[in-house]
Design a protein around this ligand. Structure first.
Ligand code: C2E
Ligand code: CA
Ligand code: CA
Length: 879
């Protein structure tokens, strides 16, 4: 603008004093600068006359933000027309888009760049000035004209003068404004145009003058379709003498390219006669490009470049609106998700996880037709919208995708195989709109996952209510853990030798405020899926250990408590540390805690599992394999696990005495376990017949309704205190477990005798080798423990004779010193089953003798026709 024009006034609004200082410093050499540190203050300053020419307005301000300030400015007639430039911080594209949509003329991104600020401010001021000139002119013209209308004699002069002034103004505007300006007569024929407008449109000025504006550069809409004059706002506003402000439209350049513009059109009257209009326009292609980029960012996923949820919803809505062509054609929505992606992130890290997602996306793209949409939603969720010729093809497509996605991939030098689950919903059968179709495809996917994953599932209506119920349940379960709604029931585990309670399995229950007592089958799988199993499992462990310690403190018989652990509990946390901490807190002897693990936990990563079990073993915590026989246990691994118990699954017990297959399996499992020095517990024992069968085959323990259902803690304590035991009828097929103790020291003999009577064995004692041989002649003895150091006949000599006379007897030797040579000789020659060092640890000695009996029984079972191989462990010292 020319120097003759007064300096423009800017109002800068920002709550940060530094920003005010920086912007103020930059602009004050050229403009009058007012500042306001808050929205309220800004409104007051802006309304003061003369009003500022331009407001630079920060969006993020406390109390009243920039949007609210802009609204308030627009409400007040005094400030309504002041252009506002938004100041936004980088990184929130939504701000700018929204700001422009509610009427800001432009935006500046902080941190500000001086050159950009100066250029934008100058542009806006130029535009403003041109508009003001036009407005002033009109006002002046109207005033002049109406004043002089009364004076007919001077009318002509006035109009001439007005014309002259108009021409003068035109020239001023035309030559100075950066924005394009053209004028038309009342018919829309161009009668003046400034260089900027001609340049924007690619014409020479003389190529435009005297041509109808609409026909020459405003004939089509943005998409190229014709723009009938009757529908064009520029034409209609002119015809109606109306003002248009900041309209967006597409004008067409001489070379045929589209030019997005923002324009204002102001009608020009002389008296009541419409002379034409002045249109000012700004090239907004840069702004458009920017908006398009914002849109892309909000429509596409950065990582894979695939459409995101936004765009998916649009496309899906669009696809739904299309008429289907093939008579049995179907629009299929496939929800696709890898089965255990969480593991990848947890074990390999986010970055590797991202690479896996990108790789999966690439594999998926191979199955997409040009008309289909493949989108990535949050995380590892993909959705494919495919127009299928026939509905059945959707399942084939799902199969092909599963095959492709399941192919191993190399991540950080490791080979990784991910399963994938797919849910399929069809339009219109399974949903009438995008959101519903998606939701249904996802519930079908969850169903596929629940069935083990690696498969696809078609949506069916009954899934929906179940999915809802599940969602509801998840929220409730989350609360239940903290709310004390969980409790434990305890089911007795009994020795089949003594009939007495030796342990209790802790089984969780949920006392739901409205549903009543919920069984674990209804919420444990959900807890596993959602990760809630971690806090839940921790609570169970704490509670069970504390309860067992409390029973012991109350003087009840010392028993072990068994706690179920899910495979997932090993994935996300350090179980060893947790168990150690819980034992410490409760003060419970580790040997009184048993962890029940399923084969699935075992098989996920066998090597890691072997390490973990050995660490637990070192803690002296007992371990048991639950549900044995239902998984796909590898027997070679089983040998390497440090397990104490093996639990034969209920399904084998159920018709053990009717189904020969189950009987054979149960018997084989018992022998196998005994060979591996594990004891066997049968669960789900409901009948006397089952009990008799199991006892006859050397099963060690049982658990089941035959003796007791799981009981609340108080009832269990009462049962334990009552001393009630399982009635075990004398069974000739079950020889009494008889242990012969040989030692020349009476004290040792009597303390050992006490220890083993508690085990329910018949215990014989002998003070010398000769006495021992006499007893062996008159009694059936399965296990003999002899002191090594005795006068007359020492331990080696005695056991050497026993070996010849009673080869099936399991022979153990107790020794106060370690004469390694003698021991090695004895073990290698097969004289000894086990060597035990004095002084011994009661718990370990008892366990060794139990193992000895089991070994004996499994050899006996072998001679009854159960196949087995036994590899003795050689020397095993029990310190
Ligand atoms: P499980 O570990 O196999 O537990 C044995 C299930 O058999 C228990 O069902 C028990 O009540 C039931 N049962 C016991 N004796 C008999 C019988 O003679 N006949 C029949 N038909 N059933 C018998 P429950 O308590 O419903 O537990 C079901 C499953 O829930 C458990 O199976 C276990 O896998 C899981 N579970 C229970 N509590 C927990 C827990 O605290 N943590 C974890 N991770 N899982 C748990
Ligand atoms: Ca169990
Ligand atoms: Ca079980």
């Amino acid at each position: 603008m020319s120097a003759a024009v007064a300096r423009a006034t800017l109002l800068i609004v920002d709550d940060q004093p530094e920003n005010l200082a920086v912007l103020g410093g930059l602009l004050e050499s050229r403009y009058e600068v007012l500042v306001a540190p808050s929205g309220e203050r800004a409104l007051a300053v802006a309304a003061r006359q003369p009003t500022p020419d331009l407001i630079l307005l920060d969006i993020m301000m406390p109390e009243m933000d920039g949007y609210a300030v802009l609204h308030a400015l627009r409400e007040n007639p005094v400030t309504r027309d002041i252009p506002v430039l938004f100041l936004t911080a980088r990184g929130d594209p939504g701000d700018e888009e929204y700001g422009l949509s509610i009427g800001a003329v432009d935006y500046l991104v902080k941190p500000i760049q001086p050159a950009v600020v100066l250029a934008r401010v100058r542009n806006q001021l130029d535009v403003k000035r041109a508009r003001d000139l036009l407005r002033d002119h009109n006002a002046w013209l109207e005033a002049e004209v109406s004043r002089r209308v009364a004076d007919n004699r001077r009318l002509e002069d006035a109009s001439r003068e007005a014309q002259a002034r108009l021409n003068h103004l035109r020239e001023l505007i035309l030559s100075t404004a950066d924005e394009g300006i053209y004028g038309t007569d009342a018919d829309g024929v161009i009668n003046f145009v400034n260089p900027a407008a001609a340049e924007m449109l690619g014409y020479r000025r003389d190529e435009l003058i005297a041509y109808p504006a609409h026909a020459i550069f405003h004939h089509a809409r943005a998409d190229g379709s014709p723009y009938p004059e009757a529908e064009c706002p520029l034409v209609t506003s002119l015809a109606g003498g109306l003002t248009l402000r900041d309209q967006e439209e597409t004008f067409w350049c001489k070379d045929g390219s589209a030019l997005p513009v923002a324009y204002s059109s102001v009608p020009i009257f002389e008296a009541d006669r419409l002379l034409g209009a002045v249109v000012s326009l700004r090239d907004i292609s840069e702004r458009k490009r920017y908006l398009a980029q914002l849109e892309r960012q909000s429509n596409f996923d950065d990582l894979t470049g695939l459409p995101n949820r936004n765009l998916l919803n649009d496309r899906l809505a669009h696809a739904i609106a299309q008429p289907r062509h093939a008579p049995d054609g179907a629009l299929a929505v496939l929800a696709i998700e890898p089965d255990r992606f969480q593991n990848v992130n947890e074990t390999l890290g986010r970055e590797a996880g991202d690479r896996v997602i990108a790789e999966l996306a690439e594999r998926l793209v191979a199955h997409v037709q040009p008309a289909d949409t493949l989108a990535r939603l949050e995380g590892d969720e993909f959705v494919l919208v495919a127009d299928m010729g026939r509905a059945e093809l959707a399942s084939d497509l799902a199969q092909a995708i599963i095959a492709a996605m399941t192919r191993p991939m190399l991540v950080d030098g490791r080979e990784l195989t991910l399963g994938v689950s797919i849910g399929i919903a069809f339009f219109p059968k399974d949903g009438g709109h995008a959101e519903e179709l998606l939701r249904h495809a996802v519930s079908a996917m969850h169903k596929a996952r629940a069935e083990g994953g690696g498969r696809s599932h078609l949506y069916s209506t009954d899934m929906d209510s179940r999915a809802l119920e599940r969602l509801e349940l998840e929220g409730e379960l989350r609360r239940a853990i903290g709310n004390g709604e969980l409790l434990l029931h305890y089911q007795p585990q009994l020795s089949l030798r003594t009939g007495r309670i030796v342990g209790a399995e802790a089984l969780v229950r949920w006392r739901h405020p409205t549903r009543g007592l919920v069984p674990p089958a209804a919420f444990i799988p959900l807890a596993e899926d959602t990760g809630l199993i971690m806090p839940l499992g921790e609570w169970v462990l704490r509670q069970a250990c504390a309860q067992n310690q409390a029973w012991q403190d109350a003087g009840l018989a010392r028993i072990r408590v068994a706690v179920n652990l899910s495979a997932r509990q090993f994935e996300g946390q350090d179980m060893l540390a947790l168990v150690t901490a819980v034992l410490q807190e409760s003060g419970l002897n580790p040997a009184c805690l048993e962890l029940e693990l399923t084969e699935s936990a075992v098989m996920k990563d066998a090597e890691a599992f072997i390490r973990t079990t050995q660490q637990f073993k070192a803690l002296s915590v007992l371990l048991s394999i639950d549900d044995f026989g239902t998984g796909f246990s590898s027997l070679s691994y089983l040998r390497r696990f440090a397990m104490n118990h093996l639990k034969i699954d209920q399904s084998f017990i159920h018709d053990i005495n009717r189904d020969p297959d189950n009987a054979v399996i149960a018997q084989a499992v018992i022998s196998l376990a005994h060979n591996l020095r594990m004891s066997v517990i049968a669960e789900g024992v409901e009948s006397e017949a089952q009990l008799a069968f199991l006892r006859a085959r050397g099963c060690d323990e049982m658990q089941g309704h035959l003796f007791s259902r799981p009981l609340p803690a108080a009832e269990f304590a009462a049962l334990l205190g009552s001393g009630r035991a399982l009635e075990l009828p004398a069974d000739p097929a079950v020889p009494t477990r008889t242990l012969l103790l040989v030692d020349d020291e009476a004290d040792t003999l009597s303390s050992l005798q006490r220890l083993f009577r508690r085990e329910g064995y018949r215990v014989l004692t002998a003070g010398s080798g000769t006495e021992a041989l006499d007893l062996l002649a008159t009694h059936t003895v399965q296990v003999i423990i002899s002191d090594a150091c005795m006068p007359v006949m020492d331990g080696s000599e005695l056991l050497g004779k026993v070996r010849v006379l009673y080869p099936n007897t399991v022979r153990m030797m107790l020794s106060g010193y370690t004469d390694l040579q003698a021991v090695t000789r004895a073990v290698n020659s097969g004289e000894l089953y086990q060597f035990i060092i004095k002084p011994w640890d009661d718990v370990k000695l008892v366990e060794a003798v139990r193992a000895g009996f089991r070994y004996h029984e499994s050899r006996r079972a072998a001679t009854h026709g159960v196949a087995q191989q036994f590899v003795p462990d050689g020397i095993q010292a029990v310190p």
